[in-house]
Design a binder for this molecule. Structure first.
Ligand code: F6P
Length: 326
């Protein structure tokens, strides 16, 4: 009998999940396995929304953001009783291996599931926040950064037509990665993220001097963990500069997957299927220093993610008020 393997998406969807589903179906068949989809994440695992996956299901989806099989944030999967139901469902289908596209919370849940019910799994870090410890890259980040870049470039067009400050709020939950990379690569004047605490009032003198010399618009990128409205008030009240807040929101999660995310999806899934078929029972496939490595759940979920120190020091050099050019 052919080994049966399933895939599910958990948590915030990312562009790159559909290319991952395509590679999953094609590579599972190539390796002599029977692929299955679990629809709507762990919720679907509990509700038995499990179907065989065919080539035709993944035809043409490589260009699409989101995930064809749906995702969810499941509270029920945190409870042992629902995990038992989920395990029964998989056993009824004869599925012994599971690939989970999601974040560290999903992987922690899977670790419990493995310990209780012996279902092997491999996690693929997937979140636009890029906030999973142990991996330099999470699926979907490059596409999200591309969406943010487009948005900021377009906001710059209108900002430069008015004398205005634009405060652009990016997603990322508690992590400033998206904001920091976007601010550096969009030539922003200001970047506010939790990892680089800044008192904006320290910018007042420098920005006033820039305005006096002719600067007529500002681009500020602020992570969603901080208060964009406060920054807008500061521009208006202390600098006398009209300001607008632009919350980019969920557009950051969508869009045509970038070449990089398509390639990373392909590689992550290939490594995950190889690992499971070679007997690895509970690991996460990480991408660190340009190499793929398998890590334990403790390595990825026990410690909070911290942005790479080299990037942070570039951020400090560029955005600390003491480095502001008068
Ligand atoms: O984790 C991905 C993410 O998009 C975060 O950046 C954001 O804080 C959150 O999900 C939004 O969640 P929801 O889609 O439930 O509004």
């Amino acid at each position: 009998m052919k080994p049966k393997i399933a895939i599910l998406c958990s948590g915030g969807d990312v562009s790159g999940m559909n290319p991952a589903l395509k590679r999953f179906v094609e590579y599972a068949y190539a390796r002599g396995m029977e692929p299955y989809f679990v629809h709507h994440g762990f919720e679907g695992l509990i509700d038995n929304l499990i179907t065989p996956a065919a080539y035709s299901d993944v035809a043409g989806i490589i260009t699409r953001g989101g995930t064809k099989i749906g995702s969810s944030r499941s509270k029920r999967f945190m409870e042992p009783a629902f995990r038992s139901i989920a395990a029964e469902n998989l056993k009824t289908h004869g599925i012994t291996m599971l690939i989970v596209l999601g974040g560290d919370g999903s992987f922690r849940g899977m670790e419990r599931f493995y310990t209780e019910h012996g279902i092997s799994f491999c996690g693929i870090p997937s979140t636009i926040d890029n906030d999973i410890n142990g991996t330099d890259y999470c699926l979907g980040v490059d596409t999200a950064l591309g969406v943010i870049k487009e948005a900021i470039d377009q906001i710059r067009d209108t900002a430069s037509s008015f004398r205005r400050a634009f405060i652009i709020e990016t997603m990322g939950r508690n992590c400033g990665y998206l904001a920091l990379i976007s601010a550096i690569t969009s030539g922003a004047e200001l970047c506010l993220i939790p990892e680089i605490p800044i008192d904006i009032h320290e910018y007042t003198g420098c920005f006033k001097s820039q305005i006096a010399k002719g600067r007529d618009y500002f681009i500020a990128v602020v992570s969603e963990a901080l208060n964009s409205t406060e920054v807008a008030h500061w521009f208006e009240e202390e600098l006398g500069f009209e300001s607008r807040v632009s919350v980019l929101g969920h557009i950051q999660r969508g869009g045509n997957p970038s070449v990089y995310d398509r390639l990373m999806a392909y590689k992550f899934v290939t490594y995950a299927i190889d690992a499971l078929s070679e007997g690895k029972t509970h690991s996460v496939i990480c991408y660190t220093k340009s190499h793929f490595t398998f890590k334990t759940i403790d390595e990825v979920a026990l410690h909070p993610y911290r942005i790479d120190e080299e990037l942070l020091s570039l951020g400090r050099e560029q955005f600390l008020p003491s480095h502001c050019q008068m």
